[in-house]
Design a protein around this ligand. Structure first.
Ligand SMILES: Nc1ncnc2c1ncn2[C@@H]1O[C@H](COP(=O)(O)OP(=O)(O)OP(=O)(O)O)[C@@H](O)[C@H]1O
Length: 805
């Protein structure tokens, strides 16, 4: 080599080093396409046809393809007397790694794709493609079987194992699976019926993209295996003479792993892509004996493989010749594989060959291209994107920092001149402010004016803290008191109504002279009066407390208003307003609750009333009519006068509106009837129980009474029997009382009916009875109307009290 050549070489080396440095600076490093060769064993068919193996490995790197001619091969193999022709036909290739028929997919995975998977998880792209003639074992290597899962399954399993181990990071896995059949792209994850050709588009940033291709997010290896199985079933395969299950399309499985590495300020997202490609095999028409569509498919396969071979050729020449045009656009397959062949990817080509002598030319051809592919260089770069933390997160961070800053400022203000002990109590003081505090601990010489200002500031801050604290406590106590007051008011109203109702009942009973009942009612009345006075007292006390809180608040507010520090004043003023609002809010909540409970109570009373009336044969229509006739009108919310309301009711034809008016009407006569009804039910229950017990005792006692009838000195058993008998008769008398009550009620039925304008059929048929019952009905009706009037008054009072509250 001359000195000029040496200089040129030095220049070239220099330029190359410079280029590598630039790439490195940009985070890009060069990688060489790795080539692995797999020579499959003879298939049973090949063995039965008498084929012989012609490939042999040396050092797991060198593949020797021997002469297929038996004589030549023997000579060659044993190295004795072999001809020069045989030597010519024997080929030797060196690859990164080579496997023979004894290796299974796991071993191949471990020495090839297994090395790329950790990189994929770090954001590096990787491409693995199987290249070889038809029947050479590409699908066996990439897809595999249940017994010997292929590289696709093994890499997915490995990825998920890595993910399981790396629990701290957030890792998403998406996958897509497509096939290129006759230059058309189909989605293998779509059901066959929904499949349509997909477009391949160029994205300036992300390279070729298949529009409309499904990318499924998968959470487990199992889910992906299932998708893969389904996809493989959809893939187009045919039986040819060369391969019983020959793939008629190129399949590309793409697994995208997105790993987020989040810290306080930013989120790093690493995106790694692993593409696993199972190509269709090159075939010769005379070997496959294909015809028709199969033949056309074969031609298309060969065309796309030829395009791939051309790209590999061109890329292989780049090292020697510098820039060389690479015809990626000649087929969809090469466009899809572009990144894997020269872009951002670590790539492995697995060249598969059949060892059979009949496949000699195919094997040599495959190894020739594989040999050229060794020269291909790719540029690898980690795909790392830093996603800024969301704006809201920043806002939160800023808010937190500002708050902390405010606290610190206040603390420093309060601390200046203050003693160290006091500092410990300052809220939100953390390690950040420690140096400042330490500095403050050491007394610093101060100027007189500064000392004065600091003291003022300190006083101001202390006043502010004190006032704010008092305001808070006052507002909280006031709202508690308000709540208690409302409850006390509620109790008071309830007791008031109870007392009024009992008084009314006493008035009624006085007329019928029922002494016992009157006594009981009087007792209840005195109880109700005591409760009422109790609740009156507690209302008064709470009202006093409330006004004292209000007075204190007013003083505090006045103090705030007179403060010279305007900023503090505004803050405290706002605090006071907020406190008042809070108590108002509590008030409204309680009020709403009270109102809804009153409404519920009223509804249940109304339904009880209707039950009683209906049991006595009075329908709602009858009751309404009677009420209207007696000029009992519901209080109209619109404030209408009753006569106009009555006119309205008459003119209303709409049954729904009438129903509403009727319901409103019933509100006046509820309470008394409900009370009657509940008294009646409780008497019924207790008397029935007593009666049944008494009957049983009576039976027992009767025997003993009979036995001791003439006994002048009865034994204790007989005595007990007599007592029982007496008790039983008590029970029977109380039962009789009940029966009387019931029959009274029954007797009043026609009267009630009459009162509501529905004469019974009996009265209709007998004119005498009719006139008699008419008189009594009229008097009862008068009573009823009076009762209703009383109730109306009670209800009005009740409403009034609610409104007042
Ligand atoms: N390593 C191996 N060990 C045992 N049998 C193998 C091996 N590789 C391939 N075979 C067998 O060889 C035959 C062809 O294999 P395969 O279908 O994988 O070929 P291919 O290259 O995908 O063919 P095509 O391109 O036509 O789809 C199958 O019967 C397969 O079981």
């Amino acid at each position: 080599m001359g000195s000029k050549d040496m200089e040129k070489l030095a220049e070239l080396v220099d330029a190359s080093l410079k280029f590598t440095r630039v790439l490195k600076k940009k985070g890009v490093s060069q990688a060489t396409l790795q080539v692995a060769v797999r020579c499959r064993p003879l298939t049973p068919t090949e063995r039965s046809l008498g084929s012989r193996p012609i490939t042999r490995l040396v050092d797991n790197k060198i593949v020797v393809v021997m002469d297929p001619e038996p004589n030549h091969q023997n000579h060659n193999m044993y190295g004795k007397g072999h001809s020069s022709a045989a030597q010519k036909r024997e080929k030797k290739y060196v690859f990164d790694v080579a496997f023979d028929g004894s290796c299974d997919n796991r071993e191949i995975y471990g020495k090839t794709v297994g090395n790329l998977v950790p990189g994929v998880l770090r954001g590096l792209n990787a491409t693995v493609f199987a290249y070889g003639a038809t029947g050479s074992g590409k699908t066996y290597t990439m897809v595999g079987s249940n017994m010997d899962p292929g590289l696709m399954v093994l890499s997915l399993r490995d990825i998920f194992e890595h993910i399981d181990r790396d629990t701290e990071k957030q890792i998403d896995v998406t996958c897509s699976y497509l096939e290129v059949y006759n230059e058309i792209i189909y989605d293998l994850l779509q059901p066959t019926a929904a499949q349509r050709g997909l477009d391949l588009r160029e994205d300036p940033e992300n390279g070729p993209q298949v529009a409309g291709l499904r990318r499924l997010k998968v959470h487990s290896a199992e889910k992906i295996f299932q998708l893969l199985r389904e996809g493989n079933l959809r893939r187009r395969t045919e039986s040819t003479d060369a391969n019983a299950e020959s793939s008629r399309s190129h399949a590309v499985l793409e697994i995208v792993v997105r790993r987020s590495d989040k810290n306080h300020y930013a989120k790093n997202v690493y995106t790694g892509k692993l593409a696993l490609v199972d190509l269709a095999g090159a075939e010769r028409a005379h070997e496959t004996n294909n015809q028709g569509q199969q033949l056309r498919d074969g031609a298309n396969i060969n065309r796309s493989l030829l395009a791939l071979a051309n790209c590999i050729n061109a890329l292989g020449k780049r090292k020697k010749k510098g820039f060389v045009f690479v015809p990626f656009r000649n087929s969809k397959l090469t466009r899809l594989l572009k990144d894997g062949l020269c872009g951002n990817s670590r790539t492995i080509m697995i060249a598969t060959c059949a060892s059979a002598d009949s496949q000699y030319s195919h094997t040599v051809n495959t190894l020739k291209y594989a040999d050229r592919a060794k020269e291909i260089k790719t540029h690898v770069r980690i795909d790392k994107k830093t996603v800024d933390t969301h704006i809201a997160e920043y806002q939160r961070m800023i808010d937190a920092l500002q708050e902390e800053n405010r606290d610190l400022k206040m603390a420093v203000q309060a601390m200046t001149g203050a003693k160290w002990q006091g500092i410990q109590n300052i809220p939100k003081f953390d390690a950040l402010s420690r140096p400042a505090l330490e500095a403050a601990k050491t007394p610093q010489p101060k100027k007189a004016a500064k000392v004065e200002k600091d003291t003022k500031d300190e006083q101001k801050a202390a006043w502010m803290r004190r006032t704010s604290e008092s305001m808070k406590t006052l507002c909280v106590n006031r709202s508690k008191c308000q709540q208690e007051l409302l409850e006390a008011h509620q109790r008071k109203v309830r007791h008031q109504i109870d007392a009024e109702m009992i008084a009314e009942q006493i008035q009624i009973k006085l007329k019928s002279d029922e002494t016992h009942e009157i006594q009981m009612l009087n007792q209840r009345k005195s109880d109700a009066t005591i409760s009422l006075s109790d609740s009156n007292a507690s209302v008064a006390h709470l009202e006093n407390t409330m006004s004292s809180y209000d007075a204190q608040l007013a003083i505090l507010e006045a103090e705030i208003e007179s403060s010279s520090a305007s900023v503090e004043r505004d803050a405290l003023r706002l605090q006071a307003v907020a406190g008042r609002r809070e108590t108002e809010n509590i008030f409204s909540k309680i009020d709403a609750k009270a109102r809804s409970s009153i409404i519920m109570e009223q509804n249940s009373v109304i339904s009880c009333l209707w039950q009683i009336l209906e049991r006595h044969g009075v329908t709602q229509d009858m009751a309404t009519e009677t009420a209207w006739k007696s000029k009992i009108f519901p209080q109209s919310s619109s404030g209408k006068d009753p006569t106009a309301f009555f006119q309205d009711y008459k003119s209303v034809n709409n049954s729904e509106q009438k129903e509403i008016l009727k319901k409103a009407l019933t509100g006046y006569k509820n309470d008394l009837d409900t009370k009657q009804w509940s008294d009646l039910s409780s008497i019924t229950a207790s008397t029935t129980e007593k009666a049944s017990k008494a009957t049983a005792r009576m039976a027992e006692a009767a025997v003993l009474v009979q036995a001791t009838k003439n006994d002048p000195n009865p034994n204790p058993a007989s005595k007990a029997a007599r007592t029982n008998t007496l008790r039983s008769s008590d029970a029977i008398s109380s039962n009789t009382k009940f029966q009387e009550k019931m029959s009274n009620l029954e007797n009043s039925k026609p009267v009630v009916r009459q009162a509501f304008g529905s004469p019974s059929s009996k009265e209709n048929s007998n004119p005498k009875l009719k006139s008699k019952s008419k008189k009594s009905a009229e008097s009862k009706k008068g009573k009823n109307v009076q009762q209703i009037g009383n109730l109306k008054l009670a209800m009005r009072k009740r409403r009034q009290s609610i409104t007042e509250r």
